[in-house]
Write a protein that binds this ligand. Structure first.
Ligand SMILES: *Cc1c(COP(=O)(O)O)cnc(C)c1O
Length: 457
């Protein structure tokens, strides 16, 4: 059975189930498996769910029976509105789009959270426990976490979003969900306030135990594991189309969870031509890949808000590997970075990077709409446009990860193209449904009271 150790090397190893339920390691590190298993053979005609079960099984083996795992995986991906779940479509002579937005909230976070919510439920029921998921969101994560907890009786989910600072579509995806265990709460403050209060709530040990607080944020190993799958299925889909050269993956990057999953697939033996990290104006990762130095700058709001991040928490897992899995060294490097805002950090081989500002992003959306009629959301456009900004990519297919549906960011898409993208049919009544949301001030005691009331039902 695989064991998971903290990147800081100072926490007891856990099995998959406890790794999932624990989230962040008690020494402040992130859990990584002892070793990366080898990718299994996957039948060329396997369904996405079958491929997903096969790829993920070595990570979970020993913590639940295979048939139970298979049915959880099948249920998770039955919620997607496309048969192929994450279809690969050709964009132009060089680029393909890997569409990751066919889940309930039309952004790629569903691929992980539809599975992770069900896995939490399974392991909590087995332990005869309940948990409270507390989430701070700048937009996409909140609704994806709520959808992941929908119908899961062992979970209460409380999402804090900054009042007036998420788009109408994003807010309504949270406030129109009518289920007794789901609670969207508008906080009078910024996203940083939401995040600081969530951190403070987790640090309040008595409160954490009282309501069994748990996290589904992007550092949770379960989320990374679920995202490994579509790199493998994309490679297979390219082969079916006669493309044998190992593809480059262009990944619009924020917290580094998505591109890290691709790197894990590569560690498991997937033949990958490399990774292109695409940033918006918040370009700490691009600067690091160019110079070898991580250095924090203030966060600037952009048209691709889910990438408006300076400290990409999942980077720690890659740095840990590049430092020879030295927990002390990893801890020291990360502590120095947090304290001084800048540190030299090792870089991986075979990676590229590029940045696009908002004007560049709008130009990419307009260009592809004119060329093919296709509407790209601003995040996906950053990944697509990055490919044209790197001169030394290998002559290989480039798979651009399309992380959101254009209708999730209609204002930017309309500004670029004059076309307002319609919502997919499963969300067509979103703008008419009644909304319900709590409100709270930016204050720890007030938030804890809201969470207690939510849990008490
Ligand atoms: C979360 C998100 C990203 C960034 O993904 P990371 O895993 O944080 O790098 C990109 N695009 C969209 C639409 C997202 O919701």
């Amino acid at each position: 059975m695989l064991r998971y150790n903290s990147t800081r090397g100072d926490a007891p190893p856990l099995d998959f189930a406890d790794t999932l339920l624990t989230g962040l390691a008690p020494d402040g590190g992130l859990y990584v498996p002892d070793e990366f298993p080898t990718l299994p053979e996957i039948a060329p005609d396997a369904s996405y769910a079958d491929a997903a079960s096969a790829v993920m099984w070595p990570f979970v083996e020993g913590t639940l029976p295979r048939p139970a795992f298979d049915s959880i995986v099948a249920e998770a991906y039955a919620t997607f509105d496309h048969d192929e779940v994450c279809p690969l479509v050709r964009l132009d002579d060089r680029r393909w789009l890997l569409e990751l937005f066919h889940g309930p909230t039309i952004a790629f976070k569903d691929v992980a959270l539809q599975l992770v919510g069900r896995l939490f439920d399974h392991f909590l029921i087995e332990r005869d426990r309940r948990a409270t998921i507390l989430v701070a969101t700048s937009g996409d994560t909140g609704s994806a976490a709520m959808q992941g907890c929908l119908g899961r009786d062992s979970l209460d989910c409380v999402v804090l979003f900054p009042e007036g600072r998420v788009s109408d579509v994003q807010r309504r995806q949270m406030t129109t969900l009518d289920a007794p265990n789901l609670h969207a709460v508008a906080l009078a403050g910024t996203f940083d306030d939401c995040q600081d209060i969530v951190k403070a709530a987790f640090a309040d040990r008595a409160f954490r135990d009282e309501v069994s607080l748990s996290a589904m944020n992007s550092i949770n190993w379960g989320r990374v594991m679920a995202q490994v799958v579509y790199y493998v299925t994309a490679r297979q889909a390219l082969r079916r189309q006669g493309e044998e050269a190992p593809p480059v993956f262009s990944v619009p990057t924020g917290n580094f969870g998505n591109v890290l999953a691709g790197w894990v697939a590569q560690q498991m033996g997937l033949d990958v031509g490399g990774f292109l990290v695409a940033s918006n104006t918040n370009d700490i990762l691009t600067r690091w890949l160019e110079t070898g130095r991580l250095s924090m700058e203030p966060v600037v709001p952009t048209l691709s808000p889910s990438m408006d991040i300076q400290v990409s928490s999942n980077l720690e897992r890659l740095l840990h590997q590049l430092l020879g899995r030295d927990g002390d060294g990893t801890g020291e490097l990360l502590r120095e970075f947090r304290a001084s805002g800048t540190v030299d950090a090792p870089r991986p081989e075979g990676w590229w990077s590029a940045r696009l500002d908002d004007d560049d992003t709008l130009a990419v959306i307009a260009e592809h709409h004119a060329a093919s009629g296709r509407l790209l959301d601003p995040h996906s456009a950053v990944g697509v446009g990055a490919v044209d900004r790197v001169d030394d990519l290998p002559d290989a297919p480039v798979v651009c990860l399309a992380t959101a549906h254009a209708a999730k960011f209609p204002d930017a898409v309309e500004a670029a193209t004059g076309v307002r993208p319609p919502l997919p049919s499963h969300l067509s009544d979103l703008l008419d449904l009644p909304e319900r949301a709590g409100t709270v001030t930016a204050d720890l005691d007030a938030v804890e009271a809201v969470v207690r009331a939510a849990v008490a039902g």
